[in-house]
Write a protein that binds this ligand. Structure first.
Ligand code: SF4
Length: 313
């Protein structure tokens, strides 16, 4: 069966079975094409809060589906491949957060959404790469603190500290995204030479030296809007985030040209979801293998910092 035929079946089945499909920009393009809603972590968290079907299929990685489940505890949230997980989340354990809290008793705890539900439950507020700077400014002022505890991404912590002027103590020192952190100065210099007039856009999960060579630093949603709202005659963009966003923009903005800064920008964890698995889940909506369920006592505690983030965004 061709990809188009599978997509047609999915579109028919999801209507018949009253299922909504949320997909992250880093998903394979054939999954993005059949999603009801597409976005970055912040946009999808907001949408997950408003879904009115009984089933949500979340095409993304585990922490995203967990967040959707926490926000929709009466609905069934399913992930096409239960092994699709974000390795960054493993850098920060509950014990580690407790240790940092014990050593810094008066500081607010800010946890990136790329974390487990149990870690979120130990935090004062969550953030995404789109709202991290605002979240840190507001929570530090609320706590009257000159610093915050921030984890698990050390590069995002560094970016937020630069932008907000508020010290972000990294929990742990070296948490990172293997996709973004492998972009190098050399990659940036080479692409600048290859496309001298091109605007270079990178994600805040990149290392500082790479961010400093970019023209724009932003989340996936911010990069998308930057390209969409561009009114200059310049139509070439070099993209420094996962390839899925570039594929989305290439479809949405056919008159613009896109160049991936490095071929290494592929998140293999995001790509574990496939169009065939999406189709399979639709025939097996009640198979517990695909359900993402957070234990109620953890969900209750994790809901507060997620809702606080949505309120502050
Ligand atoms: S791109 Fe990085 S942060 Fe995003 S899911 Fe993949 S490993 Fe995790």
């Amino acid at each position: 069966m061709s990809v188009t035929q599978i997509q047609e079946e999915i579109l028919k089945l999801k209507q018949e079975k009253d299922v909504v499909i949320l997909a992250h920009y880093y998903q394979p393009i054939e999954i993005q094409e059949i999603a009801d809603h597409l976005g970055g972590s912040l946009g999808l968290s907001r949408l997950a809060n408003k879904v009115d079907t009984d089933y949500i299929i979340f095409a993304g990685v585990d922490f995203m589906a967990e967040t959707a489940s926490i926000l929709n505890q009466n609905k069934k949230v399913l992930i096409p491949n239960p092994e699709s997980c974000c390795p960054m989340a493993a850098y920060l354990t509950v014990d580690k957060v407790k240790e940092f809290k014990a050593n810094n008793p008066n500081l607010p705890v800010v946890v990136y959404v790329n974390s487990t539900a149990a870690v979120k439950a130990e935090s004062d507020i969550c953030c995404t790469s789109a709202n991290a700077v605002n979240v840190v400014k507001r929570i530090s002022s609320e706590f009257n603190a000159k610093a915050v505890l921030f984890g698990p991404d050390a590069n995002l912590a560094d970016y937020v500290e630069q932008k907000s002027g508020i010290k972000c103590i990294k929990m742990p020192e070296k948490g990172n995204c293997y996709v973004h952190s492998q972009l190098t100065i050399d990659d940036m210099e080479k692409i600048r030479i290859a496309y001298p007039k091109c605007e270079l856009l990178v994600h805040p999960e990149c290392i500082r030296e790479v961010r400093e060579l970019a023209d724009f630093v932003g989340s996936t949603g911010q990069m998308y809007n930057r390209v969409k709202n561009n009114t200059t005659s310049e139509n070439d963009f070099c993209i420094g985030t996962e390839i899925g966003l570039m594929e989305r923009m290439a479809q949405d903005f056919p008159n613009k040209n896109f160049h991936l800064i490095s071929e290494k920008l592929i998140c293999y964890n995001m790509k574990k979801n496939t169009i065939e698995l999406m189709r399979y889940v639709l025939d097996n909506l009640d198979d517990p293998m695909f359900e993402v369920k957070v234990p109620p006592e953890i969900a209750k505690k994790a809901l507060k910092p997620i809702e606080k983030m949505l309120e502050y965004s």
